[in-house]
Design a protein around this ligand. Structure first.
Ligand SMILES: C[S@@+](CC[C@H](N)C(=O)[O-])C[C@H]1O[C@@H](n2cnc3c(N)ncnc32)[C@H](O)[C@@H]1O
Length: 254
């Protein structure tokens, strides 16, 4: 089709906007790493993938979920039960024992790093756990496109990547836009638990969530006592070993 110079100008403008959108989407909370698995992770992945890993429609980007991909949770889990979502479970140090101790809940984990998901699959299979499903995806697009409003009963974000340098703060997962997204997918009365060993990020989370009209922590003190049921993960231990304090936060969806 022939394009007028006016049309060409419009298309250039469109390209610029597309570029801006692409740049915004590229500011993600994780570092893209090689997805190479260890032999034991590969073995667990091949043997147990279908039991624990949900393959979902993608955009061109392998970590992004395509719009319009809502999960039928009753079908996925074969039952209806309260939904606990863990974002960034890493190797599953907290997810696996916590799911084992809560057989009455359905667990959905969003982890962007495939070898970590494979490590979780290995642990779930070894422990005979059946109430967990993992989606290898950026939690932002997973929340947006897999879950319907009020789907989440509880959300856990333990030791999200802290991005301590000021020029990287825009990569922090927890911000007002993300809290808006969580609020849109969590039922009223639902609980969002967070933990971090970076004081600057802890204060940042508290500022974001204290100001957010959809969340309340029910006290003016801000921090929660350490949740004693939360197992100490490798990341928490690393922070403790380095002399950092650990901050827990708990907010309810009002
Ligand atoms: C610092 S680790 C903490 C892991 C675990 N929660 C723990 O305490 O051991 C952060 C994890 O979040 C994952 N992650 C970061 N951004 C993510 C995102 N947008 N969606 C899903 N997972 C993400 C990383 O791949 C990594 O496994």
């Amino acid at each position: 089709m022939e394009q007028s110079s006016h049309g060409a100008g419009k298309s250039a403008e469109h390209d610029l906007r597309a570029d801006a959108d692409r740049v915004r989407r590229e500011v993600v909370s994780f570092v893209r790493r090689s997805n190479r698995m260890t032999p034991s992770q590969r073995k667990a992945w091949d043997q147990h993938h279908d039991q624990f890993v949900l393959e979902v429609p993608r955009t061109a980007n392998t970590t992004s979920v395509a719009p319009g991909s809502e999960l039928d949770l009753a079908e996925v889990f074969g039952r209806t039960a309260p939904l606990i979502v863990e974002i960034g479970p890493g190797m599953g140090d907290s997810l696996v024992p916590m799911a084992a101790a809560r057989q009455g809940a359905n667990f959905l984990a969003f982890e962007v790093y495939e070898p970590a998901a494979a490590a979780i699959v290995a642990k779930l299979a070894a422990a005979g756990i059946t109430n967990v499903r993992i989606v290898v995806a950026d939690a932002v697009t997973a929340l947006q496109h897999l879950l319907t409003p009020e789907a989440i009963d509880r959300l856990w974000t333990f030791f999200p990547d802290p991005w301590p340098k000021a020029r990287h703060h825009k990569r922090r997962m927890i911000d007002t836009a993300f809290a808006d997204l969580v609020a849109s997918r969590m039922r009223r009365g639902g609980a969002w638990r967070l933990a971090t060993d970076w004081e600057g990020y802890a204060t940042w989370m508290r500022d974001v969530l204290d100001e957010h009209p959809a969340f309340s922590n029910g006290s003016t003190a801000g921090w929660s006592p350490r949740w004693e049921k939360r197992p100490v993960t490798k990341f928490e231990q690393r922070g403790l070993d380095a002399g950092r304090a650990v901050f827990d936060l708990t907010y309810n969806r009002v």
